[in-house]
Design a protein around this ligand. Structure first.
Ligand code: ZN
Length: 68
């Protein structure tokens, strides 16, 4: 029997106790959770930012179309 279960923090790869009342699971700490969320946010930001540039170009083309 092993009453103490452990998990591996996806951010720092450190093993932490799952049995402890850890509000940051599946991370070992708030810091690792924020780091992971930051990575995810920057990924999402990069994906959301890419269509922004072509969108600007389309607006310019729309302006040209309105001329005639
Ligand atoms: Zn960690």
């Amino acid at each position: 029997m092993s009453p103490i279960q452990t998990f591996q923090c996806p951010t720092c790869k450190q093993h932490s106790s799952l049995a402890s009342d850890n509000p940051w699971r599946p991370f070992c700490s708030e810091r690792c959770r924020l780091i992971d969320l930051g990575d995810w946010a920057s990924e999402a930001h990069r994906i959301a930012g890419e269509p922004a540039a072509p969108s600007d170009t389309q607006l310019d083309e729309d302006g040209f179309n309105q001329k005639w």
